[in-house]
Design a protein around this ligand. Structure first.
Ligand SMILES: [Zn+2]
Ligand SMILES: [Zn+2]
Length: 317
């Protein structure tokens, strides 16, 4: 029996039309946690190759992926339609003839369509820079098989802070706290600086999915993106409030108390606007999601470390 499996959410379906429709949806499916580290275009093309008897017929050494393939996915789907409709077995780009129609379809998806795109974009210096040849990319299969190897362990799992707790701000100097309090973009900058501390990287978020993952009770749990951002916003607010108190109690640089008070008022007004004004709220969401997206690789590293450690613990007992 053959089927297709979405490499983002692991949805299984028998028909190519369904998987095609799945990738054409406006709101993308939720990314499964193990797939966070893979490139979008890889997840896309490998989802289009059917499994037969639970095996995907892919020679990873011959795969060629153009970075723009997602932008041009309609053209790729047209090529596939054309092959199906005319029962083609010969590639119109490289003239290779295959035994089965399905083999030509796979070849188009995994190679020749991307080579065509390379040609189309070759005069655009921005785009050509992003084109890459995919040498050995069986990460996707590796990861779905739960065979996570070669992970750099540089985090002590005990030190990652639960998302339901306050972040560790011990790395921020008085001067840094003062700058954040009077910053024009207090909330965003505060999160950015909080995330410089590895202990605080406890959110795994992907801007295209409506859910993410948070570290809690020595594990990663699913949480809606909206909840993650709303809770983060409240935590940032509390931290900035504390910064203001810290400065008042230890005013090392003799900061003008009136200026602090002014910024306290701005902090409060931004806080209230978040709950009353939809535009402010959506801007906060956009900015904070970007900050989390920027540390996605480090968050995925933390996730792997936790999973490896938990795995070790289970095996030892
Ligand atoms: Zn999916
Ligand atoms: Zn070809």
């Amino acid at each position: 029996m053959s089927y297709y499996s979405c490499k983002r959410c692991l949805l299984k379906t028998k028909n190519f039309t369904d998987i095609k429709r799945h990738f054409n949806k406006k709101i993308k499916c939720s990314k499964e946690i193990n797939n966070f580290n893979n490139k979008e275009e890889e997840l896309f093309i490998y989802s289009l190759i059917p499994f037969t008897d639970n095996v995907q017929n892919i020679n990873y050494n011959e795969v060629f992926i153009n970075k723009n393939i997602l932008k041009d996915k309609d053209k790729l789907f047209d090529e596939i339609n054309n092959i199906e409709k005319n029962k083609l077995k010969t590639c119109k780009y490289c003239n290779i003839t295959f035994n089965k129609i399905q083999d030509l379809k796979n070849h188009m998806i995994l190679k020749c369509f991307s080579i065509l795109l390379n040609d189309i974009y070759k005069h655009d210096p921005d785009i050509i820079e992003k084109v890459y040849e995919n040498n050995i990319t069986n990460n996707v299969t590796h990861i779905t098989n739960n065979n996570i190897t070669n992970i750099t362990i540089n985090v002590n799992t005990d030190s990652i802070i639960s998302f339901d707790k306050d972040w560790d701000v011990s790395h921020l100097s008085n001067g840094a706290k003062q700058s954040l309090v009077i910053s024009f973009v207090k909330y965003t900058k505060t999160l950015e600086h909080i995330l410089k501390n590895d202990k605080n990287i406890n959110v795994l978020l992907d801007k295209d999915s409506d859910k993410g993952f948070i570290f809690k009770n020595n594990n990663f749990e699913e949480m809606s993106k909206n909840d993650i951002i709303e809770k983060s916003f409240l935590k940032i607010y509390n931290h900035i409030k504390n910064f203001i108190e810290d400065i008042k109690n230890n005013n090392e640089y003799c900061i003008d108390i009136d200026l602090l008070e002014e910024h306290n008022v701005i902090l409060e007004s931004k806080y209230n606007k978040y709950y009353t004004d939809n535009l402010s709220k959506s801007m906060v969401h956009e900015y904070l999601i970007e900050k989390y997206e920027n540390v996605k690789d480090r968050a995925f590293n933390n996730y792997n470390t936790i999973m490896n450690c938990n795995d070790k613990i289970t095996r030892e007992y």
